[in-house]
Ligand binder design. Structure first.
Ligand SMILES: [Zn+2]
Length: 317
């Protein structure tokens, strides 16, 4: 059975035809329009380009936003036009196919659990480190989403009272210390704090990518910024382990491409600071198998499972 997974992002709508092994057969992408009806139309036309060429059974949408508990509605998505829109039912009617909806980090976690770095794990966590932190938890093969559909907000756990201001309105959230944005902020603090030589001084406003590249090249100040990120990631891993005790934690997101610069140090910090350190098995902390296509592959898998579980109600609901 083939299904389509769609990653509905702030800049582009990307769709992939995916088979039962998680293999992507073909992809198609269009820019994300700013209006709500136009967004539905863009998704429908992107899906049709692929469904005209492959016999697909269902569609899964991965959305960066708050999805309702029943996963039929998008409540709010900061970078998309949808506000309390019954996206799954509207697109199902438009396409004549079953449509399921999922938060993008959850979809990525499903891709890793079904086909990737967390295959077979009974309790698996995904920590996506990018501009901020996205997190997901899979327990007994199912996404854990809490009673209202918004768990787990790992990135917004406060780790430093009165710390760095976060875009969520709070101060001192974990993602202010462990993300691409955090890497830039830490480097800026180190640059201001002294006159240690660094290639980053030649840049007006170094980004997280600049810091990662400088660390890769051996720049000592950039390496210290990376070590700080590693420590905070270790703190985050210890928090995840204390609350959920996962078998495996999958590190994903853009900053995971620099994992060789911080992951060992993060593991060590986690192993030292987790409750009962030295007397309990630790989670495997591994880098994600899938990069960019993860959310599409996971959404397609959820669409396939939806059809297999509910053959008499192919239009969902
Ligand atoms: Zn926050």
């Amino acid at each position: 059975m083939l299904t389509i997974g769609v990653d509905v992002g702030g800049t582009s709508v990307r769709a992939a035809v995916v088979d039962q092994h998680g293999e992507v057969l073909e992809t198609h992408r269009v820019p994300t329009p700013s209006g709500g009806p136009e967004l539905n139309d863009a998704i429908a036309s992107t899906v049709r380009v692929l469904s005209d060429r492959y016999p697909v059974a269902a569609v899964g949408l991965a959305v960066a936003g708050f999805v309702s508990e029943d996963r039929r509605m998008v409540r709010f998505a900061p970078h998309l036009a949808w506000r309390h829109v019954a996206v799954a039912d509207e697109l199902s009617a438009q396409l004549g196919l079953p449509v399921v909806l999922e938060h993008d980090a959850n979809a990525a976690a499903i891709a890793e659990h079904r086909f990737g770095a967390a295959i077979g794990a009974r309790v698996a966590a995904l920590v996506a480190i990018g501009t901020g932190i996205g997190a997901a938890l899979v327990i007994d093969g199912e996404v854990f989403r809490g009673a209202r559909g918004v768990a787990p907000e790992l990135g917004h756990l406060r780790v430093v009272p009165d710390g760095r201001q976060c875009s969520c309105g709070k101060r001192g959230c974990l993602e202010r210390y462990c993300s691409g944005t955090a890497l830039a902020a830490t480097a800026a603090e180190l640059l201001r704090a002294g006159d240690e030589p660094s290639v980053l001084r030649e840049l007006a406003e170094p980004t997280g990518v600049d810091v990662a590249e400088a660390a890769e090249a051996g720049d000592p100040l950039a390496r210290r910024a990376m070590a700080d990120l590693a420590r905070w990631l270790g703190e985050g891993l210890a928090l995840v382990a204390d609350v959920y005790d996962p078998e495996v934690v999958v590190i994903a997101g853009g900053v995971s491409s620099s994992a060789h610069l911080y992951l060992d140090a993060a593991r060590e910090h986690y192993a030292r600071t987790v409750t009962g350190a030295g007397h309990r098995p630790l989670a495997d902390v591994v880098v994600a198998r899938y990069g960019d296509p993860a959310a599409m592959i996971g959404a397609a898998a959820l669409a396939r499972e939806h059809v297999l579980q509910a053959p008499k109600a192919p239009f969902g609901g």
